[in-house]
Design a protein around this ligand. Structure first.
Ligand code: NAD
Length: 357
């Protein structure tokens, strides 16, 4: 296949980890005879320094003309004094909105060699492989009315509104069922249908969409129980389908099961172009030292192959190369363990590259 990939390294460690992921994608292209074209552009602080805005129009048009976007991270102390509207992080909101990315996919997978990096007991987390799917553009963060109003008798009243339409639930439910088909074919939909009408509609629509996916198992769980079950028995979950707020909270909880921020990839998908990025930030404290862990970004590239290009075999090859590299004892500093072979960012990328074939 042919694909054009926008490469937005951004700031801090983004500039070190993204080249490692590109290196892996190039090798996959070569090995499996795909033609990937990589076009780089500035975003975040580097874009501010060059052209005065965090998301230049050229960067946005490149993203829109590409088949997928690979993003590093943005931000850093250098730009912290700027007005909020001009901060590097504004670029993230801008690009997500412009690409219409309504679904965020965050896998939380525990690699067997890194089980002890988690704060939870080995027997609880060993073997977990969960995909949290969070609705990104609806729900209480966007619903109206919202605001704080003065009350006539004194004091104030704060209001937010949880709103979902049939169509918004339908499209995110489809993402969940499609993703489950690539995995263990089980979707657990999270709601609070015993209390919230918006959740009642959510559940009704999810059940309706499920009729088109008889090969996928569907279950429902109240959000409070989901939070509890994630630390009690996380292995029961395959795909967790969540609204915006429940997904915001549960995806962080699921991420922490795995213990290491440098290992976690993510994908945001919409109608057309997907954006793939590690969940961590620009890590200014370790930037420029060749010690950042590139695995989250390399795993994000694997998600790009699976979810943007339907290249499941190639995505699996990257996953296996990561596992093999960890099995061989290679570790970056953030995941070091006794007796491990501590390597830098580039060396970790090289080791994964060698294990690809
Ligand atoms: P962070 O994720 O950058 O760093 C948190 C901690 O994790 C740090 O100790 C860091 O060294 C470590 N870490 C992160 N990635 C790592 C990696 N690949 N390998 C090894 N260790 C890693 O979060 P922060 O410190 O809160 O934020 C730093 C900057 O990043 C801020 O400007 C923030 O606004 C920005 N940020 C950007 C994004 C994004 O671009 N998507 C996300 C979060 C934060």
């Amino acid at each position: 296949m042919e694909a054009k990939i926008a490469v937005l390294a951004g700031d801090g460690v983004g500039r070190e980890i993204v080249p490692e992921a590109v290196k892996i994608l190039k090798a996959i292209g070569h090995q499996y005879h795909h033609s990937f074209e990589f076009v780089a552009a500035d975003i975040g602080g580097h874009a501010i320094d060059k052209v005065g805005v965090p998301l230049p129009s050229e960067t946005l048009s490149l993203a829109k003309q590409s088949d997928a976007v690979l993003l590093g991270a943005v931000g850093g102390p250098r730009w912290e004094g700027l007005d909020y509207s001009m901060r590097p992080e504004r670029a993230l909101l801008g690009i997500r909105e412009a690409l219409g990315l309504y679904a965020n996919l965050r896998p939380a997978k525990v690699y067997s060699n890194l089980v002890d990096a988690s704060t939870l007991k080995r027997e609880v987390i060993e073997g977990i492989d969960i995909l949290v799917i969070r609705e990104l553009t609806g729900g209480i963060y966007f619903g109206k009315p919202k605001g704080i109003e003065q009350l006539p008798g004194g004091g104030e009243r704060g209001v937010n509104t949880e709103v979902y339409t049939t169509e918004e639930v339908r499209r995110i439910a489809k993402v969940a069922f499609e993703a489950a088909r690539k995995r263990r074919k089980k979707v657990t939909s999270v709601d609070k249908a015993n209390v919230l009408e918006s959740s009642e509609l959510w559940r009704k629509v999810v059940i309706d969409v499920h009729k088109g996916y008889p090969d996928v198992e569907l279950g429902h769980i109240y959000v409070d129980n989901a939070a509890m079950q994630l630390v009690r028995n996380p292995r029961q979950f395959d795909v967790l389908l969540c609204n915006n707020m429940f997904g915001d909270i549960l995806s962080d909880e699921a991420a922490m099961l795995t213990g290491s921020i440098g290992m976690l990839p993510s994908a945001s998908v919409g109608a057309k172009i997907g954006l793939f990025e590690p969940i961590h930030g620009s890590a200014p404290d370790i930037a420029g030292k060749n010690i950042a862990n590139p695995i989250a970004t390399i795993a994000s590239a694997a998600m790009m192959l699976a979810y943007a290009f339907q290249l499941d075999k190639e995505a699996e090859a990257i996953e296996q190369a990561i596992i093999k590299t960890l099995d061989m004892g290679y570790r970056t500093k953030d995941i070091q363990s006794p007796g491990a072979r501590i390597v830098g960012t580039v060396e970790m990328g090289d080791a994964i590259l060698r294990n690809l074939s």
